[in-house]
Design a protein around this ligand. Structure first.
Ligand SMILES: [Zn+2]
Length: 449
């Protein structure tokens, strides 16, 4: 029998995390949600932060279990405390460096993987150390848990969005499940990544030379469409879910805009820092799981993904798993959320053409925001904007790998057809950008050596 709200409360309340930071963040979030008045729409709304390791039996079998966050109808949001602590570790690790270009994790992909491994293997100790560091630093400008609160609040607002839409079990984070097999059905994989590629295109992320993948008039699109008809039912279900995810994200952005509306503009920088660290970390976490499972070498300064994908294009099918089941890409949603929260600050919006790329739009938005206080010339204000703009732009630039995986993956059925006609395999080398390449691209863009 499915649990009632009281049943869930009896299950979750005793598991509530006793970690002081989790408790502090939980209090902040409950207050923010209460103040928002959303409870009028969702009576009895409850947000739990369980430490599932306290469960008496296998927690993963519990109906309320989630690796990240989830919504349970009609009025429950669950945030796994372990997920919150991992996010805290990521945010604090990046938070040690105010100046983006001095962040050691961005030196290369191996450093990013190193951070993920450290949190995975030595999470508690690393987190304690980070908390102590921050204690000593005691920056006046920011409350040490603000970034974390704002980031987790965004995730919760997404789940609240699901509840408003009447969607059950909407899990926010598309965490890769090591135990579950990777996608191995080429039809599902191609259709899924095409859905992502189409979304990327709509937001202005395109891949020159690969547009056929998302153009219904093109033969590349047609080849994938043939496969889609074989998995039509599942595809329609997934497409429907995808829409629910977008709707919940929109609700989350609206919530954050409303929440930040009357706060100092500088508070937006804390949300940006939090989302930046959390989403870059989440992407590399999934990426590492994927590389480990697929035996893609990742030692050295550059990932070998480019070579591995050339050697074995079948990996593209597995790579579809990086996109989760129905979720949108984490880096994309963070980038979009930042964009929209800032848009709300700019009266008439950035002046861009519909044909501009996403990166153009992000640049225009920031120049507009800088332009606004030319009269003020407030130094600390300029500094948060400079650092926030760099983080936002870097996320948009680093979409590169995700965009390439989606477009190329969506073109695989067509390439297979061509290979069969020709009788010889197609050798294809796509250059996947590592984090240092993205950082260098950003520096060139800003004219920084
Ligand atoms: Zn969701």
């Amino acid at each position: 029998m499915p649990l009632t709200a009281a049943g869930f409360a009896a299950e979750l309340a005793p598991l509530e995390s006793t970690d002081p930071i989790v408790q502090a963040v939980a209090n902040n979030i409950r207050t923010a949600v209460k103040d928002s008045g959303v409870e009028h729409e969702i009576p009895g709304l409850k947000i739990y932060f369980p430490d599932f390791s306290k469960a008496k039996s296998d927690a993963t079998t519990m109906a309320s279990y989630t690796k990240g966050c989830q919504s349970i109808l009609p009025s429950i949001v669950v945030v796994n405390a372990h997920f919150l602590l991992d996010t805290e570790a990521a945010i604090r690790s990046f938070g040690l460096y105010d100046e983006l270009f001095k962040t050691p994790y961005l030196r290369n992909d191996a450093c990013m993987f190193g951070l993920v491994k450290r949190v995975r293997e030595d999470g508690n100790q690393w987190l304690q150390k980070l908390r102590e560091f921050e204690q000593e630093k005691k920056s006046k400008q920011r409350n040490e848990i603000d970034e974390l609160t704002l980031t987790i609040l965004f995730f919760c607002a997404h789940e609240i969005g699901h509840l408003k839409d009447g969607v059950d079990g909407g899990q926010f984070v598309a965490l890769l499940n090591k135990a579950a097999p990777f996608e191995n059905r080429s039809a599902n994989a191609a259709v899924k990544v095409r859905r992502h590629a189409s979304e990327f295109e709509a937001y202005g992320f395109d891949l020159p030379g690969w547009k056929g993948a998302v153009d219904p008039q093109h033969e590349v699109f047609a080849a994938t469409e043939k496969l889609r008809l074989k998995v039509k039912e599942e595809d329609e279900e997934n497409a429907d879910w995808f829409k629910k995810e977008i709707s919940a994200d929109n609700a989350a952005v609206k919530f954050m805009i409303h929440y930040l509306k009357d706060q100092a503009p500088m508070r937006r920088s804390l949300l940006i820092r939090g989302l930046f660290a959390a989403s870059l970390y989440a992407w590399y976490d999934d990426f590492l799981t994927f590389c480990e499972a697929m035996n893609v070498p990742r030692m050295g300064t550059k990932p070998m993904l480019s070579f591995e994908l050339m050697r074995d294009p079948e990996i593209y099918i597995r790579a579809a798993s990086l996109f989760g089941d129905v979720h949108r890409c984490t880096i994309l949603r963070s980038t979009l959320a930042i964009q929209e929260v800032l848009n709300a600050d700019v009266n008439d919006g950035p002046k861009t053409k519909a044909s501009d790329t996403f990166l153009d739009r992000v640049s225009a938005l920031w120049s507009n925001l800088f332009g606004q206080d030319e009269a003020e010339k407030d130094e600390s204000n300029q500094s948060w904007k400079v650092q926030s703009a760099r983080r936002h732009l870097l996320l948009a630039i680093h979409m590169d790998t995700v965009v390439k995986l989606a477009y190329v993956g969506a073109s695989m059925p067509w390439m297979k057809e061509k290979e069969e006609q020709r009788g010889t395999p197609q050798l294809m080398m796509i250059e996947y950008e590592s984090i240092d390449q993205s950082v260098n691209r950003l520096k060139r863009m800003l004219g920084i050596k």
